[in-house]
Design a protein around this ligand. Structure first.
Ligand code: UVW
Length: 326
């Protein structure tokens, strides 16, 4: 029996499912190692119509962002006396659609006094902040996900459409919380039965709000905030139990932080569990608008999904380069 089949309630340390030895492929893949070839091959049966859609938002988004993140720079430079051109991109992958990699987020070391918060936290596998910042060290870097690729069955929980039908109004730049009971109700209504290794997508409507509803003044106010607020999945023990016991390989969505940020209860900060605890990718700011339309047209909320993160040794995050095929 794989560790992934151990029920949440029987996990010895729910916040440290650290696989493999330091620097190993298994450690680097983390929860993605649940995507064995048989699971990917089974997911291929989702491809029935050939309709496909990519899930990356423009790299130029967010034009202004929280946490003082800087917008994408793009220069087009001439070479060969202007007979040809090259691109120079300077971008923070956390600015637009992204996978948060295992180097993105840490968790506290239990029992530490909290005098030196940075040195009292660890990343997946126990990797220290010093190792993350050491450019010669590539442990738990993106290269592991890039070489293997992420492929399997994707499942869409279309919270935004469900909430609209119910008349629930919210801004995705607020502490509006998607509760486990909402997700389960939507799954039931959509006839979704989750399978081992599924990539879970939750659409909350952030990219739509940004693109069609927000004024530049509202965007600037959000970006200037010292404490930006993001709607998303509400962290709780029950949601973690459900994510683990559902055996998802990764979670993704269009919300800025996937979960509600700042978390209502810091004890259930999902980034700490999913990234630093379980080695599980968190996808954020994916563009799920067209995906949602196709799901409605076809009346199905499952599809084949493939993503190849950037092959950046020691990288922290990546545009998803993600495609869904129906
Ligand atoms: C946090 O780091 C809390 O959020 P994000 O992953 O959106 O950067």
């Amino acid at each position: 029996v794989s560790l992934f089949d151990t029920p949440f309630d029987f996990l010895q340390d729910k916040k440290r499912i650290w696989l493999g030895s330091p620097g190993s492929r298994e450690e680097g893949l983390g929860k993605l190692s649940i995507l064995t070839p048989d699971i990917v091959a089974k997911a291929a049966s989702e491809i029935q119509t050939g309709r496909r859609v990519t899930l990356g938002w423009d790299l130029t988004k967010l034009e202004v962002a929280g946490f003082n993140r800087q917008p994408c720079g793009h220069e087009i430079v001439p070479l060969l006396h202007g007979f040809a051109f090259d691109d120079i991109y300077t971008f923070n992958p956390q600015q637009s659609s992204q996978w948060d990699g295992l180097r993105h987020f840490s968790q506290p070391i239990p029992g530490t006094a909290g005098k030196d918060p940075a040195s009292e936290r660890v990343f997946y596998g126990g990797t220290t902040a010093a190792k993350i910042q050491d450019r010669k060290n590539t442990r738990i870097g993106l290269q592991h996900w890039a070489k293997e690729g992420i492929a399997g069955r994707g499942v869409l929980i279309d919270y935004a459409s469900w909430a609209e039908k119910k008349g629930i109004q919210y801004s995705t730049f607020s502490l509006h919380a998607v509760k486990l009971s909402d997700i389960q109700e939507i799954a039931k209504e959509s006839g979704i039965k989750f399978r081992r290794g599924d990539v879970l997508f939750i659409r909350i409507g952030m990219t739509k709000e940004w693109d069609t509803k927000m004024t530049i003044e509202q965007k600037n106010t959000y970006a200037a905030s010292s404490n930006p607020q993001h709607a998303g999945v509400e962290g709780s023990e029950e949601v973690l139990r459900w994510i683990w016991d559902s055996k998802f390989s990764a979670v993704a969505g269009d919300a800025i932080s996937w979960e509600v940020y700042p978390p209502k209860d810091p004890n259930w900060f999902l980034h700490e569990y999913l990234l630093a605890g379980w080695g599980m990718p968190i996808g954020e700011m994916f563009d799920l608008e067209e995906l949602s339309c196709i799901c409605k047209q076809l009346g199905r909320w499952t599809f084949f999904v493939a993503s190849t993160p950037l092959n950046m040794p020691g990288g922290v995050s990546s545009p998803p380069n993600c495609m869904a095929v129906f």
